[in-house]
Design a protein around this ligand. Structure first.
Ligand SMILES: [Zn+2]
Length: 146
């Protein structure tokens, strides 16, 4: 039996991630470092998930990084925002010890590789908000695409 089901969520980002989200609205990618174990988080929580120390003040990264893993979404599903095929990747942003998940566009999905250098493409200033959608997507940034 198929039955429609709908739930509304209110997600509370918390103190740490709120700083990250407000940074996105300003076109800035804010990371934080753990003073005890040196792990760098992007997006940053308030406390280190390895040693529970309160993280240091936010600092800015330029957002460039490499693809650490990815998948090509090639089938349609209800509620889909993007036309398949498209690439969703984990991006190891330079200077961060954690990974960010985002779309990779402006490249044929068949050409996407682990280790590919990518850079963020920001939404226009008037379109930015407290959300990862302030970054439209990532795109290849290596010399081979310059
Ligand atoms: Zn730590």
């Amino acid at each position: 039996m198929a039955s429609p089901f709908r739930m509304d969520y209110t997600y509370v980002a918390g103190t740490g991630r709120s700083v990250f989200l407000r940074g996105l609205a300003e076109g800035r990618m804010l990371a934080r470092r753990c003073p005890a174990c040196a792990q760098v988080y992007l997006p940053p929580p308030e406390f280190c998930s390895r040693c529970l120390s309160r993280l240091d003040e936010p600092f800015e990264l330029d957002g460039r990084g490499v693809i650490s893993t990815f998948c090509v979404v090639s089938f349609p599903f209800p509620g889909q925002v993007h036309e398949p095929p498209y690439v969703v990747a984990h991006i190891q942003v330079e200077g961060s010890g954690t990974r960010l998940m985002h779309l990779v566009r402006e490249v044929d999905p068949a050409d996407v590789r682990i280790g590919m250098e990518v850079e963020p493409v920001w939404a226009g200033e008037d379109e930015r908000e407290n959300s990862l959608t302030s970054i439209r997507h990532y795109r290849p940034a290596g010399d081979e695409y310059a």
